[in-house]
Design a protein around this ligand. Structure first.
Ligand code: PLP
Length: 402
């Protein structure tokens, strides 16, 4: 008998499984709107010009391949905190934010989850929006936290269920952790307005909850990194000691480089040093220290005025292309095809994703009959659409809902 005879087969990852099926499909009309990775208007992966220049710049210094510190590249940590929290942030100016480089956003969430499990003083319960990114639940469960949900998406309006959100946060036990998508909520594309963020901040404070931000899309929502950091910066201004996960997968297109950061706002430099010492103790047995290359690229962009400016304009181009696709899709579904139903949410939703409202049987029909690959929840990555395939996409969706 094999040692592994009792290992049960697990289900394939619902999103990455789609990519496999998409690649195997020979139909020329096939469209992938499953995975949240940016594509240019020819449907091709896009390496940012600022990234290419940063890579040359890094290479020109002929850098060594020594190990990084356990918490990564120090200048990277400094610059990414500045990007997220802003130059006016008091804790940042006071040097009280503990930052560590991580294996992209997922690694930040996992290190953060482990830190909360080990040191968060008031219970081990984390509330996630319903729905949330599919990986959040297993990440926090594997970190040893109890995962619960708060209402977020209102199917009827395809918008925010703000009353439900407030009621559920109101009823959370004091001392629970609340996970908040900083911007461009995945999978719904629905974000609170600034006024709603202010109410959420008050509620979190009043109920003595702990805000844990996941910011995987800074810049991708509005095209502007400052605008997209509003929620995080507002919470910090209001005196919340936030936790923050950052990813450079989407906003710099560095998906496979696995570069991100986890940070915690602490009370003073002495506390920060203690927190950092424990982050090191968590990371060292997990993966010892993070990879070099991506951090060098990000740091080169963030520390060079010219590259920074070019990067900002490239984010704007990506965000605007997605916004254009939203407008086009809306017009095609409504004016061109007279598709039954309400489609205004396609335009009002924010960021890479749209929660279309398509049912599991409709999405199944799209995958099987139209070669359009998307998840059963009806989420589409707007970045998968382009001027060459959007007509076929809209026509197929219109057929699927009749
Ligand atoms: N958080 C959210 C909400 C995401 O959508 C993603 C990626 O899809 C991530 C975190 C982490 O991605 P990565 O680990 O590639 O940075």
């Amino acid at each position: 008998l094999s040692t592994w005879a009792n290992v049960p087969a697990g289900p394939p990852d619902p999103i990455l499984g789609l990519t496999v099926a998409f690649k195997a499909d020979k139909d020329p009309r096939k469209i992938s709107v499953g995975v949240g990775a940016y594509r240019d208007d020819h449907g091709k992966p896009y390496v940012l010009s600022s990234v290419k220049k940063a890579e040359s710049l890094v290479a020109s210094t002929n850098p060594d391949k020594e190990y990084l510190d356990i918490t990564g590249l120090p200048e990277f940590n400094k610059n990414v905190a500045l990007l997220a929290y802003g130059a006016d942030c008091s804790p940042l100016k006071a040097g009280t934010i503990a930052v560590t480089q991580t294996l992209s956003g997922t690694g930040a969430l996992r290190v953060g989850g482990a830190f909360m499990q080990r040191f968060f003083p008031t219970g081990k319960v984390i509330y996630l929006p319903s729905p949330s990114w599919g990986n959040h639940t297993p990440i926090f469960r594997d970190s040893g936290l109890e995962v619960r949900q708060y209402r977020y998406f209102d199917k009827k309006t395809a918008g925010l269920d703000f009353a439900g959100l407030k009621e559920d946060i109101q009823n959370a036990p004091a001392g629970a952790i609340v996970l908040l998508h900083a911007c461009a909520h995945n999978p719904t594309g629905v974000d609170p307005t600034p006024a709603q963020w202010k109410e959420i901040s008050d509620l979190v404070k009043e109920k003595k909850l702990f805000p844990f931000f996941d910011m995987a899309y800074q810049g991708f929502a509005s095209g502007n990194t400052t605008k997209d950091a509003f929620a995080v910066r507002y919470f910090v201004e209001q005196g919340h000691q936030v936790a923050l996960c950052q990813s450079f997968a989407k906003n710099m297109g560095l998906y496979g480089e696995r570069v991100g950061a986890f940070s915690l706002v602490t009370a003073d430099p002495e506390e920060k040093a203690r927190v950092e010492s424990q982050l090191k103790i968590i990371i060292r047995p997990m993966y010892s220290n993070p990879p070099l290359h991506g951090a060098r690229i990000v740091n080169a962009i963030l520390s060079d005025k010219g590259l920074y400016k070019e990067w900002e304009s490239e984010i704007e181009v990506m965000a605007n292309r997605i916004i254009n696709m939203r407008d086009r899709l809306y017009d095609l579904l409504t004016s061109t095809h007279n598709t039954p139903g309400e489609w205004g949410h396609i335009k009002s939703q924010i960021g890479m994703f749209s929660f279309t409202g398509l049912t599991p049987s409709q999405t199944k029909a799209l995958v099987e009959k139209a070669h359009i690959y998307m998840t059963a929840d009806g989420r589409i990555s707007m970045a998968g659409l382009n001027s060459g395939n959007i007509d076929y996409f809209a026509e197929s969706v219109s057929k699927a809902v009749r």
